[in-house]
Design a protein around this ligand. Structure first.
Ligand SMILES: NC(=O)c1ccc[n+]([C@@H]2O[C@H](COP(=O)([O-])OP(=O)(O)OC[C@H]3O[C@@H](n4cnc5c(N)ncnc54)[C@H](O)[C@@H]3O)[C@@H](O)[C@H]2O)c1
Length: 469
């Protein structure tokens, strides 16, 4: 691997900065971005690391596209054969385009060169020299796949929410430490300079003493009852279910809408909360920590026989530093975060509001607003606290694979951010206020809640069998 071909490209930082400026970045911050290095783009076929995609749905394929600038896809795996085939064809084509764009010799055999698997254990067994995996499976599969990948000696870019339970997160953090592998959580707002800027301003007292943080997430789907259907021929339904309870095939339980079933996910509190509560922790300076109490209110009920996650809720958290956090749903946005309707007066689209005794700042994707525009316009002074600067989430992962540094959304960060969401979901389900000990990662004096820190795993999809895979 030559060093020269991996030098960061200033041109791409410049181009990126222009895009950021359009997305409401003030001039002083855009100026700073010009001085920051972009991730290294391999210029030669010899330098380019190989990677595989496990979980070839919408998001997995999108991640695999992003990775083609920095690596070359050699294998795909999914329990749905039609997704395996579709991803192989699509990614072979886009790999050629990515190689040409980077001035590299394109891959020779196109789609035929991408190896196909329907069982990730077989992929890990056969692809011994493969260094990198992207994990785009549904939430209930993230940890088991991640553990198997880490123990197979590979680095992993894993989609958010990083885990299904808090217990999974603790084990995952330990596995990353034990194996020395690199794990990036797919919370890409950590690599969006607009969110970083707001967190830096808040941490340096721009809104005065921080009093409240409000994270607004889209309301979830409320639907049903749903009927069972025959299992589609291409799908290994039993393996799709994995550790979750065995049930008949119901299309709404499966691709994309699995998010609205507690068996596989947590609803929008884990889906969007994993993004916005992550930024709340970053802005509060609470990475690696957790709240002292959580108290959820259900604002709408699921329909019996339909999606099981609570579609609308308001969750109050208190933090040991005195900050009060609220995570609440908005019905103005789609489940994909698009701004469908004007929110009612006094409410906002999905995003994060940091409010202190001297003002507030609100940030969402592509938009920042403050109680006084001057709060955003004035540069931070020399010596201000600055945060990990990554402007390309996938690029940061590939850089860290090469340098062995911790990525911007390493395992503990991903685990603690989604833990805030899991705590909210547990309080929503139990319907009561809970006390949390963030050091021990246990509820205080509540056995029923503590049982929900972990879940029973359906055999053979237990931690032990997967790690031995
Ligand atoms: N970072 C983001 O902004 C973002 C955006 C969308 C989705 N996501 C996350 O990405 C993940 C996937 O979401 P999606 O919308 O692409 O879902 P999806 O249902 O479209 O795709 C999931 C794929 O994983 C496959 N799969 C299930 N079990 C598997 C297994 N054991 N081995 C291999 N493949 C398996 C499914 O068959 C399906 O093809 C979710 O965790 C979601 O939260 C993140």
């Amino acid at each position: 691997m030559t060093h020269r071909t991996l030098l960061p490209s200033r041109r791409s930082v410049l181009k990126g900065a222009a895009a950021f400026a359009a997305a409401a970045i003030p001039a002083w911050y855009a100026e700073e971005l010009l001085a920051q290095d972009a991730p290294a783009v391999p210029k030669s076929a010899n330098d380019i690391p190989a990677y595989a995609l496990i979980g070839c749905g919408g998001r997995g394929r999108s991640d695999a596209h992003d990775a083609q600038k920095f690596g070359r896809i050699v294998a795909v795996c999914d329990v749905d054969k039609s997704h395996v085939e579709g991803a192989a064809l699509e990614l072979a084509q886009s790999q050629r385009e990515a190689d040409q764009k980077a001035g590299r010799t394109p891959a020779r055999g196109g789609a035929a060169e991408i190896r196909r698997y329907t069982d990730f254990r077989k992929l890990l067994d056969a692809e011994k020299n493969l260094p990198i995996v992207i994990n785009g499976t549904p939430d209930h599969w993230h940890t088991l796949v991640n553990l198997a990948v880490l123990h197979a000696g590979k680095d992993v870019y894993s989609e958010k929410p990083l885990t299904l339970t808090i217990d999974e997160g603790r084990r995952l953090v330990q596995a990353v430490r034990q194996t020395g592998r690199v794990l990036q959580t797919g919370t890409q707002q950590r690599s969006d300079p607009q969110f970083r800027m707001v967190c830096e301003l808040v941490r340096n007292g721009r809104v005065g003493k921080l009093k409240t943080v409000t994270t607004i997430v889209p309301a979830g789907l409320r639907g049903g009852p749903f009927a069972s259907k025959p299992v589609p021929q291409n799908l290994d339904w039993d393996m799709w279910l994995g550790q979750a309870p065995k049930v008949d095939f119901v299309p709404e339980r499966c691709h994309t809408t699995f998010r609205f079933w507690y068996d596989y996910s947590g609803g929008t509190i884990t889906d969007w909360g994993a993004h916005h509560n992550d930024i709340a922790l970053w802005g509060m300076g609470m990475d690696g920590n957790g709240p002292a109490t959580v108290d959820a209110k259900r604002l709408a009920e699921p329909i019996p026989g339909g999606y099981t996650t609570v579609p609308q809720y308001e969750i109050k958290y208190t933090w040991a530093n005195g900050v009060e956090q609220t995570c609440k749903t908005t019905t103005a946005d789609s489940i994909f975060g698009s701004l469908d309707r004007q929110p009612p007066p006094g409410e906002r689209h999905n995003g994060i509001v940091f409010e202190g005794d001297q003002g507030w700042i609100y940030v969402r994707r592509g938009f920042v607003e403050a109680s006084d525009p001057e709060l955003l316009k004035k540069p931070l002074p020399a010596g201000a606290e600055r945060l990990y600067a990554s402007n390309d989430h996938m690029g940061n992962f590939f850089d860290c694979v090469r340098t062995r540094k911790a990525p911007v959304a390493e395992a503990e960060i991903g685990h603690r951010s989604v833990s805030v969401c899991h705590l909210g979901a547990i309080s929503t389900r139990l319907g009561r206020k809970l006390k949390w000990d963030p050091q021990k990662e246990q509820f205080v004096g509540d056995d029923e809640a503590n049982k929900m820190v972990a879940r029973e795993q359906r055999k053979p999809w237990t931690y032990d069998t997967v790690v031995q895979a």
